[in-house]
Design a protein around this ligand. Structure first.
Ligand code: SF4
Length: 272
């Protein structure tokens, strides 16, 4: 799922219209889209209207209330503090796995590819940063000082989506090369996040610690690979091969792959 942010300096700048235009064009091209909207309201904001049944469930102390009907299912998660975008995205992934694009309105400080929307040149000052891939809104029709493509989504939604698709192709090419272990050792929580940051120039393929270390030892638990640094790989390889060399029938030659499988028993995990 590719994540694109749409940000602006303040309200009434055309952000929501830009989101609508992008979603409409993506859906027209056959993509499955989701959106996230950051709501800048003080404490007390709720979608759950007073005296409805779901409101009563929450008031009784339920931390999550789900309203289910034929055409719509609403999840209302009661939180003490505002969740981070990454948590919201994880939640969306759990309940709706088949999205191609997630368009995020607001969240201007997040490290995701962003479209900066403004009415005037000055509106862009605070929102254009190293993650900006495009400028949109009425300001895109002006002679701007930024070395970033500028397309007004209301006039040319196809042009905006062409740029988003180009980003997606680059993302796929990068993501394919990453190990998909989501180990977090590169500083990003997931390989998807790393790929996004490589595409927009905030990271390099070499930042993947797993790719950077030679893979002479592969450790898998079930189907999941456990990333090993070069020190641990050397340690396991030398200790293990040293033990094998003492066995009579263990005949090794260069190029052989040695496999060891261990079935984990109750006692092995008791003190973990
Ligand atoms: S270090 Fe590599 S495998 Fe681990 S999260 Fe980063 S990109 Fe993914």
């Amino acid at each position: 799922m590719e994540i694109i942010g749409v940000v602006s300096k303040g309200k009434k700048s055309g952000k929501t219209t830009t989101v609508e235009d992008i979603v409409r064009e993506l859906v027209k091209r056959g993509y499955r889209c989701g959106t996230v909207k950051h709501i800048c309201k003080e404490d007390g904001f709720t979608l759950d209207r007073e005296n409805t049944d779901t409101w009563r469930h929450a008031r009784a102390g339920a931390r999550v209330v789900v309203g289910v009907s034929k055409g719509e299912t609403a999840y209302i998660l009661k939180t003490e503090k505002e969740p981070r975008l990454s948590e919201v995205i994880r939640g969306i992934g759990d309940i709706c796995k088949e999205l191609d694009y997630l368009i995020v309105e607001g969240f201007s400080k997040e490290d995701i590819p962003k479209i900066a929307v403004g009415l005037l040149d000055d509106d862009l000052e605070e929102v254009v940063d190293e993650n900006t891939i495009l400028i949109s809104g009425p300001a895109a029709n002006l002679d701007l000082k930024y070395d970033i493509p500028a397309i007004d989504a209301t006039k040319d939604p196809g042009g905006v989506v062409d740029i988003i698709e180009g980003l997606e192709n680059r993302f796929d090419a990068v993501f394919d090369r990453l190990p998909k272990l989501n180990c977090g050792k590169c500083g990003f929580e997931t390989c998807e996040e790393t790929a996004n940051n490589i595409v927009i120039g905030n990271a390099r393929l070499e930042d993947c610690v797993v790719l950077a270390t030679r893979k002479e030892v592969l450790l898998k638990i079930g189907d999941a690979e456990v990333p090993l640094g070069s020190f641990v790989q050397d340690f396991v390889k030398n200790g293990f091969l040293g033990m094998i060399r003492t066995l009579k029938k263990a005949d090794m030659k260069p190029g052989d792959v040695v496999e060891l499988k261990i079935r984990v028993g109750e006692d092995d995990v008791r003190y973990l």
